[in-house]
Design a protein around this ligand. Structure first.
Ligand code: ZN
Length: 203
């Protein structure tokens, strides 16, 4: 199983990190070893002083495909969930400066929180999925799939030009603004509309 992540897919988040709006989707991968096991906590790694949460809609691939045309993308998933792309922002800034790959800041053990999934037909409109993240009971991030620069079907088509999609692969679709540092003791809760998709403790 592979995890394909999209960066810079929401304008407000591009602005908060002073990044350039990309010409094409920014793509990176996380290995399966990055996934936090069910009911486990997120443990802040010792190598970073700035771990930030990025809440993201997650698409679960249900069919093998490559070079998928946008008009057929909807046939390749029937579940959408919510997760967190944990990012060691201090390490990432350093790597970015040097023009080095991001893996040490994005693909480390436990950097990928995968919450529950909802069947597509449970969601009224895929193009208007509202989601949010609460930290210690306060909303810190909220977004809507409508604000993605590249929508879910476009992302599936785009990434499948490079990577064969396999059953169970996950696509993290990018984060809206509001990313912030997590501290030991924080409780993170993710929602799609008013449905709770996960609770995660930071240790
Ligand atoms: Zn992300």
């Amino acid at each position: 199983m592979k995890i394909i992540c999209i960066g810079r897919n929401y304008i407000d988040h591009i602005k908060e990190l002073s990044n350039q709006k990309p010409m094409n989707p920014v793509v990176f991968l996380k290995p399966d070893s990055s996934v936090i096991a069910k009911n486990q906590n997120f443990i802040i790694p010792s190598f970073s002083n700035e771990i930030q949460h990025e809440v993201e809609l997650v698409v679960k691939i249900n069919k093998v495909g490559k070079h998928i045309d946008k008009s057929f993308s909807h046939k390749y998933y029937d579940e959408i969930g919510l997760g967190i792309d944990f990012t060691a922002r201090d390490i990432q800034s350093n790597l970015k400066e040097k023009g080095h790959p991001w893996e040490k800041s994005k693909a480390f053990d436990n950097s990928c929180m995968v919450g529950n999934f909802l069947k597509k037909e449970k969601l009224e409109d895929i193009s208007k999925i509202e989601f949010s993240l609460k930290k210690n009971n306060e909303i810190v991030q909220s977004g809507c799939s409508n604000d993605m620069l590249w929508k879910i079907d476009e992302l599936i088509s785009y990434v499948s030009q490079y990577f064969t999609l396999k059953i169970g692969d996950l696509i993290f679709t990018g984060t809206p603004s509001g990313v912030s540092k997590v501290e030991s003791g924080d409780i993170l809760e993710g929602y799609i509309s008013s449905i709770k998709m996960f609770t995660l403790k930071v240790k």
